[in-house]
Design a protein around this ligand. Structure first.
Ligand SMILES: Cc1cc2nc3c(=O)[nH]c(=O)nc-3n(C[C@H](O)[C@H](O)[C@H](O)COP(=O)(O)OP(=O)(O)OC[C@H]3O[C@@H](n4cnc5c(N)ncnc54)[C@H](O)[C@@H]3O)c2cc1C
Length: 391
């Protein structure tokens, strides 16, 4: 908890008045307003609603990175990205929340978000195999025959692998649909097609935000979960959050497709319950465009076919691009702003926002209610990018 004095305050003084929405004099009010309806904003809204807090998620309808994600929940293979122990532990914690949350989401929404366990990473050259030997914290080292026993259709050129039984995947588009329904079913609100253009959060009184259409929304707390887009909503230093475009494609499943998530040095392959095999992904820093490059998509497809030759005959179903919200140090920004106590950041999740959504949402609930605060969050404070605030 970044604001120890909050613990002594009553819920009312924090602006929380057990699940209440108001609407008078053309001002919409909510206990907590979450700006952004991607996986981070919706998961936060849903968990707040489940905690009995009146939560409103507002989304502009601009493309969400969540819809572009492959949906891997794979902390065991992100060692090179982990910015210290805090992010590694936070990732593990979040992964551990997914099985129960996926079941609860199904119960509250009727949408099965295709949660699957088991991620296999494979080596096709000595360098990749040696890297597995060096760093096998997050999985079981497998010999060539063991890898082929798991994935018989894999190229016999494989040298070895690493298997993380508890890592997994979901279908992020289904997660987004499920979260929206569950949010509504648990008493939250979702306002679509409204872009927030300003946030005002002084020391006293509720925070106020303005929509592009001129409406005002008041809230006890405002959560900024806008992914890569800051659009002047905060005074985070320029470049603290920046876009890293990712391109991917989906092939139709054929006999000889992978049976679980398989990661190779050239591409990852994620077989989904709907019959697609999602193949990703490129990383292009600083590119806001959503166009796909034919040569780069072709390289991904070739990488997938090198691992599973049967995929050469698979039809391409779709190709797309999305914008990962990256930060200077690769870790997300989660928690309150010192100068604007009622504003909470939940953004900058780079290539692991789906994985990190449960732990991030738990942290948002903790920051709002003052209960169950996660000490790990200190490592993700916006203060590490120097001073920030809101206009
Ligand atoms: C190709 C690709 C593959 C990926 N694979 C994985 C993966 O396998 N596993 C994983 O964990 N992560 C993966 N990611 C990363 C993941 O997609 C992101 O980290 C995550 O989706 C970020 O979620 P978010 O809710 O913060 O942002 P978004 O999903 O971008 O949502 C932000 C929302 O905020 C809305 N918004 C923005 N500004 C405003 C405003 N001013 N007012 C109102 N609404 C606003 C937008 O319309 C959008 O709907 C991948 C990303 C890409 C591109």
């Amino acid at each position: 908890m970044r604001h120890p004095r909050r613990a002594k305050r009553t819920p009312e003084s924090r602006g929380i008045v057990a699940r209440r929405f108001w609407g008078a004099h053309n001002v919409i009010r909510s206990d907590v307003l979450i700006i952004g309806g991607g996986v981070i904003g919706l998961m936060s809204g849903w968990l707040l609603a489940r905690a009995g807090v009146a939560a409103t998620v507002i989304d502009s309808g601009m493309p969400a990175a969540t819809d572009a994600a492959a949906g891997m929940l794979a902390p065991s293979f992100e060692g090179s990205l982990q910015q210290g122990a805090a992010l590694a532990e936070f990732s593990r914690k979040s992964l551990g929340r997914w099985p129960a949350l996926a079941a609860a989401l199904y119960e509250r929404s009727g949408v099965d978000c295709d949660f699957q366990k088991g991620v296999l990473s494979v080596a096709f050259d000595e360098g990749e195999a040696a890297a597995f030997e060096k760093d096998h914290d997050g999985g079981l080292l497998l010999r060539r025959e063991e890898v082929l026993a798991l994935e018989p259709a894999l190229s016999p050129r494989v040298l070895g692998g690493r298997f993380a039984a508890d890592d997994g995947q979901v279908d992020p588009r289904l997660v987004r649909v499920a979260l929206a329904r569950a949010l509504l079913n648990d008493g939250g609100r979702l306002l679509r097609g409204k872009k927030i253009v300003a946030v005002h959060a002084g020391e006293n009184g509720p925070a106020r935000v303005s929509t592009e259409g001129g409406e005002t929304i008041e809230a006890g707390h405002v959560v900024i979960a806008t992914g890569a887009r800051l659009d002047g909503l905060t005074r985070l230093p320029p470049g603290a959050v920046f876009p890293v475009k990712g391109e991917a494609l989906a092939l139709g499943r054929v006999a000889g497709s992978p049976m679980r998530v398989v990661r190779t040095g050239r591409a990852y392959l994620c077989p989904k319950a709907d019959g697609r095999v999602v193949v990703g992904a490129t990383e292009i820093e600083g590119d806001w465009s959503l166009t796909t490059d034919a040569a780069r998509i072709d390289a991904l497809r070739k990488g997938a076919c090198a691992a599973f030759s049967a995929l050469s005959a698979a039809p391409e179903i779709s190709r797309w691009a999305g914008i990962r919200p990256s930060t200077r140090d690769g870790a997300p920004i989660i928690g309150g702003a010192a100068e604007a106590e009622r504003v909470i950041f939940a953004l900058g999740h780079y290539r692991n926002g789906v994985l990190l959504a449960p732990a991030t949402a738990d942290a948002v609930v903790g920051a709002v209610t003052g209960e169950g605060a996660d000490p790990l969050i200190a490592a993700f404070s916006a203060a590490r990018f120097n001073e920030l605030g809101v206009s």
